[in-house]
Design a protein around this ligand. Sequence first.
Ligand SMILES: Cc1cc2nc3c(=O)[nH]c(=O)nc-3n(C[C@H](O)[C@H](O)[C@H](O)COP(=O)(O)O)c2cc1C
Length: 411
Amino acid sequence: MVTAGMKKTILITGGCRSGKSRHALQLARNSAGKKFFLATAQVLDDEMAERIEKHREERGDEWVTFEESLDLKAVIETLESDPQSVLVLDCLTLWISNLLMADASKERITREVNELLDSCSRFPGTMICITNEVGAGIVPETPLGREFRDLAGEVNQRFAGQFDEVILTVAGIPLKVKSGSGSETDQSLASDHEFSSDKKEGLYDAIYGRRDVRQFKPDPIPLLTVEKILHAAHNAGSVGFMQPWNFIVIDDLEIKKKISKNFSKANDEASRHYSDERKELYSSLKLEGILEAPINICVTCDRERSGPHVLGRNTVPDTDIFSTCCAVQNLWLAARAEGLGVGWVSILSMEKLKAVLGIPEKIVPVAYLCVGYTDHFLKQPLLEKVGWGKRVSLENLIYHNQWNQSSKGFL
Ligand SMILES: Cc1cc2nc3c(=O)[nH]c(=O)nc-3n(C[C@H](O)[C@H](O)[C@H](O)COP(=O)(O)O)c2cc1C
């Protein structure tokens, strides 16, 4: 995982289709700064053009892509980057092949490699280079093939020697083969309580891979899994250990139909706030999966639980609602780890919801969740994908010491 603002050089090596690029993108996604992708592939035919386009789409809009087959250092040197930026270079082996095909001599390639290594070390943010383990197969038949294999092996050694971290991907599994300066090894000395890289990766996978899901498969959810996600919710922090939540698990179709009707009415009313193109876009969005999801869960807050005075709630009474939201987030993340999608539906009349579910007057429904398996988790929020909204740059949201005071130089 790339930690925001930490300079690091990472080499990812492995066989074809071993998951190198995917792992590089996973590592980069935590970066708060600009994300650059430098592709060395040349578009030689339609198949290649199609593959490149597909990869570009998968990366999404937050990436700025450059295509350069030979002069990589020139691109790196001109990037407007800072310590929070991340650059993925994909890949070194194609670059070497491009140089060979351009009739570059071994001396020129050695010089280019040295210059590229210098550029990588000067890059202020995190540099992730992808390469291939080409030497593991049979001996190439042609002299050019053997020259390429040998050069690729030597270049990999140079980069691996100089870079902080080296990761080998095998059948989609990343194995860290070198942990160097600025890496987890050093940090783990700072705290006995730090998670191992695998555990951290799992946690961050749940955080960054969580999505609001509105499309569900009808497959039933094993009860044990439902219990697990409710347990996760119940282990959230709560003000004064108040645990103000209840979870109403709904699988009755008739009840779901009533709530679906409630949604349709509330949604029609909500759509009146928009006009023209925005209204058209709003109306095209699927904003719930009440009927499809095998279960719905209504998470409520009992504002009087633990009596009239709750430790820590004296000054901010809404901390009971905040606590319930923490439980929802735990459930959402645990569900993601279990492969379950969760969609939060707030476009509902809460009064009607309470009546249908028999919720007492003093209890507040905080979240109405649709839960179930799904065919896919979108890479980016649906609202971002359809152009409704954009993720705000984290950089602009962090202040230093004072409201509105830039954190540049600190982070
Ligand atoms: C409190 C809350 C209420 C939400 N209500 C709805 C809703 O009624 N319908 C819907 O489609 N999404 C709803 N969402 C989901 C957000 O639209 C979604 O979280 C946001 O667009 C970011 O996408 P992501 O969750 O996939 O990252 C809600 C989310 C939260 C936190």
